[in-house]
Design a protein around this ligand. Structure first.
Ligand SMILES: [Fe+2]
Length: 316
């Protein structure tokens, strides 16, 4: 049963992954390795906003200009070699085997307050599992705040849905079609209704009680990609900036270990996106083949940013 939040646990990565696959959550308090990534992100954000406080800049900027700024800032962070270097240092610090652990590039996220911008480049995530978006069962999500968070601008977990299936539209989602049609610079131009066919629940959900984990800056939250989670509607008065990234362990990918799939029906796989910690090589082809489902001709297997334009990836 999923019922535990492990705080600053010193179990091995093998044990931790198994606990995550069972629906448990892990939280770590401030660590130097995480502060390294946070401070790098902060410097990029503060450069981008010039003299404005990034947490309140939304009050002084036209939304078009704000979205345009994020549309440049986020891809620059995502693809910066320093981001990957810091990410690898975090994984090393937290006991991940660099020869077996693969990661996806770290995403910078923002959640503006009071519905200023909740679509496109600053999408406010409805409840979802990343496994509705072609993540494998062994995917682990890492989420960390860049500035202090409070309950009103955090992310929320909906743990009852760990064992309870939800009717959803993931059957309409193919990762390769998504790469071809719905990523790129146009995402930053979405300011109101978001037209993208994002998998979501197609039945009413009970989102309360829900759980919001508030860790300090320099801390991190780990959860399975199958965990139901959402962006909290931000009523805090300040913009929340966070980073998330995803990892898999090669042995689990080979053995098809991971969280149970109770309601996902998407096609395609994000397995081609992960990079090995040790040398940034991709997951071996014979392992990817275990996850192929015949939809490989549907679009782009790996998304390639056009001139580092704005991009959007599922996960909160
Ligand atoms: Fe997510």
């Amino acid at each position: 049963m999923n019922n535990t939040v492990f705080y600053d646990s010193d179990v091995s990565d093998d044990v931790r992954r198994q606990q995550l696959y069972d629906g448990q959550l892990f939280v770590y308090s401030t660590r130097a390795s995480i502060l390294g990534l946070v401070n790098f992100a902060k410097s990029m954000i503060e450069d981008a906003f010039g003299g404005l406080d990034p947490r309140t800049a939304q009050k002084n900027m036209e939304v078009e200009r704000y979205a345009d700024l994020l549309g440049k800032l986020k891809p620059a962070f995502i693809h910066h070699p320093e981001s990957k270097r810091h990410l690898k240092a975090i994984l090393d610090d937290l006991g991940c085997d660099s020869e077996k652990t693969y990661f996806d590039v770290p995403r910078m996220r923002s959640s503006t307050s009071d519905n200023y911008l909740t679509t496109g480049i600053a999408f406010a995530w409805h409840p979802h599992r990343d496994t509705w978006y072609s993540a494998p069962a062994c995917q682990i999500n890492w989420w960390l705040p860049i500035y202090d968070i409070v309950s009103d601008n955090a992310m929320a977990f909906h743990p009852r849905y760990w064992t309870q299936p939800v009717k959803n539209s993931s059957a309409d989602y193919n990762y390769y079609t998504w790469n071809k049609l719905h990523r790129g610079e146009n995402v930053a131009k979405i300011l109101k209704d978001d037209p993208r066919p994002l998998p979501r629940a197609t039945q009413p959900m009970e989102l309360d009680p829900q759980m919001r984990l508030i860790c300090p800056v320099g801390g991190v939250i780990l959860f399975s990609g199958a965990q139901m989670h959402s962006s909290v509607p931000n009523t805090s008065g300040v913009t929340r900036f966070s980073i998330d990234f995803r990892t898999i362990h090669l042995d689990d990918a080979v053995a098809k270990r991971g969280a149970p799939n109770i309601d996902s029906a998407c096609t395609g796989t994000v397995m081609r996106d992960y990079l090995k910690c040790a040398d940034s090589t991709r997951v071996p082809n014979d392992v990817i083949a275990l996850y192929d489902d015949g939809s490989e001709a549907a679009g782009e297997l790996i998304y390639t940013p056009k001139n580092l334009s704005a991009e959007k990836q599922p996960t909160s």
